[in-house]
Design a protein around this ligand. Sequence first.
Ligand SMILES: [Zn+2]
Length: 710
Amino acid sequence: MNYKRILVTAALPYANGPVHIGHMAGVYVPADIYVRYQRAQKRDIKFVCGSDEHGVPITIRAMKEGVTPQQIVDKYHALIKDSFEQMGVSFDIYSRTSNKVHHETAAAFFKKLYDDGLFEEKETEQFYDEKAKTFLADRYITGTCPVCSNPNAYGDQCEKCGSTLSPEQLINPRSTLSDAVPVKKKTKHWYFPLQNYEAWLREWILEGHKEWKNNVYGQCRSWLDNGLQSRAMTRDSNWGIKVPLPGAEGKVLYVWFDAPIGYISATKELTDQWGDYWCKEDTKLVHFIGKDNIVFHCIIFPSMLKAHGNFVLPDNVPANEFLNIEGEKVSTSRNWAVWVDEYLKDFPGCEDVLRYVLCANAPETKDNDFTWKDFQDRNNNELASIFGNFVNRTWVLMHKLCGGKVPKLHEDVLDEDDKWIIEEIQKSKVKIENLIEEYKFRDALYEVIDLSRKGNQYMQKKEPWKKVSSNKAQSTSTENQKLIDNCLHLCLQLTANLAVLANPFLPNTAKKMLYMMKVVDKMLDWKNAGKIKLLSVGYSLRPPELLFRKIEDEEIKFQIEKLKSGLVNEQGTSGKAEGIRNKEQATNSKMDSNKSEIVNPKPEITYDDFAKLDLRVATVTACEKVEKADKLLKLTIDLGNETRTIVSGIALHYTPEEMIGKQVVVVVNLAPRKMKGIESQGMILTAEDKNSKLRLLKPEETVSPGSSVS
Ligand SMILES: [Zn+2]
């Protein structure tokens, strides 16, 4: 489909705490990269977001602090908005769900579904706290776990043994608000029958959106396979959007009903043409979210939109997984997090560094780990030593050898290396735009750095400084001057290209580069990427600016200590609020102080499950790179009485030469899979450490090929 306009939404942050880097990596950095790229492509695009200011945790936090819910949301709305601005997240509007336009829009949406007879009205018994005079969400009831006797189990889950619970199962249940024993009380609510949309959702997602990311598609399939049920779309509370029906006093819209409608309200606030973005079929709607919001954006909200009938549906929902910190899950309640507002104070002028690290290490396909050491390494070894170094060398040499002006390109002495670098510039442009369109921002960013790496290689090969006459009395020969000119001309054009290509990722850096080149913003238009005539011959340029400073060991040590000392125990309180994104319940993920615990454990399996794997030792007999795939190697392996071909994503960690003769462990009964047109007949086992470094698994000493592994 040819889209005329794009509407990008980013998950509405929950206004009961600041944003942390997990939010940035999961949602806002990738969304901003995508939007900046589309803007540079001159596409019609709008980028909307805002604070989500309703829901139970806000009222509870207000109660605990002795302030009004409005005071809570005012404080965090301002703080969050400011963090986004400083990080360069370029929303067209950052609104809030307490605005009048949102109240009207959400209430009208609800009313339309009600008038169309799409809700079920049900009276049920819910737990109620008579002291605090409020109904209690499951999370606000604690008691003793019937499975493991943990005295602090929650009404929905025991975090000690992992059992899923309901409040009825708890022994000695009590309210976390007042310690009162919860009682059951009758209440009426409006339920949205999701099961009525199941057949349509199956068709729309499972058949129609096979291109969605595996983690998103898989989660949708599992929800659909488990069967959908009616879900209450109203709550008993005084904080939120009043249910627009007679006799519904003391009831508000469920926060997950109203929040996604916030995208519509924000667009209304932004432009009178909002209807074009929401109601015309040729709009491409993209929701950027974290994995905890997949069901709301792929199942519930689309069903609501479908039921309403006037709106477009998302074209894609590129949700990311979670970012852990120093090997442990983020826990906002225990203050195990890196807060963006604090980062900005501790590292002024380093906004792009954080954007870089969070993108280079983004949890795009699985949970990933942020470590301060990796942050330092990526800054010092990639941004500063590769990208920054290339630009700086180019500028210094251009001032020294070419009088501070863009030298000529002498076509008559253009050699193979020159042609190579010109080609690489053009190739990078194509690769990066394809990767961004596929939401593969990590790989796209890798290409940007890789192009600057190639720039360094090119300059190292040409060594223009050696072409200068060593005898001061003697001027450099014309022939040598031509070589110097060509090298620096191309390095300067490459720098201009790097500014265009890096701009979506590192907007502040691109700005600095524009200043050095004395050119205007227009140069960053994407159509300029891949061209080698961006800077005119004879144009004089400014002295170099430092793009990235080194980050010192002490700074890293300080951050690690700060993280550890800020940690609060499970019952304690910290200056920071509870789970920001989890609207119905405060995030309170278990974080044992026992560091030896496995990060992201998988569910237990039986021996029979394990025995299904056919693992064998094989010897690599041949190996080569896969064309047009930087990460893949094609291996020929000997399994004793069988030879097979395997494609493996280890090319960044092993060269083909290194692989030949090595023994590896192979899953031989894995269904074959085509990668880049080559059928891979199995999979090689590797170990991956925190820094994504891969190492092969192999027998301690050589065994005969085909030996089974168990
Ligand atoms: Zn338990």
